[in-house]
Write a protein of this length. Structure first.
Length: 52
């Protein structure tokens, strides 16, 4: 995902592809169940309220 801040996203219709977002979208999908399981651990670390 290097350079994601420089990617230009475009709205596409079904069956079309967008060359700028295809490399990003080809990655594995987000595992929302895993995020939900680990959310209570991640939030304090993100906020900096937990020391390592």
């Amino acid at each position: 995902m290097n350079g994601i801040n420089r990617q230009k996203l475009c709205k596409v219709q079904a069956g079309q592809s967008c060359p700028n977002s295809d490399p990003i979208m080809a990655l594995r999908p987000i595992n929302w169940e895993l995020i939900e399981e680990q959310l209570d651990t991640m939030v304090p670390k993100i906020n900096g309220s937990e020391t390592v």
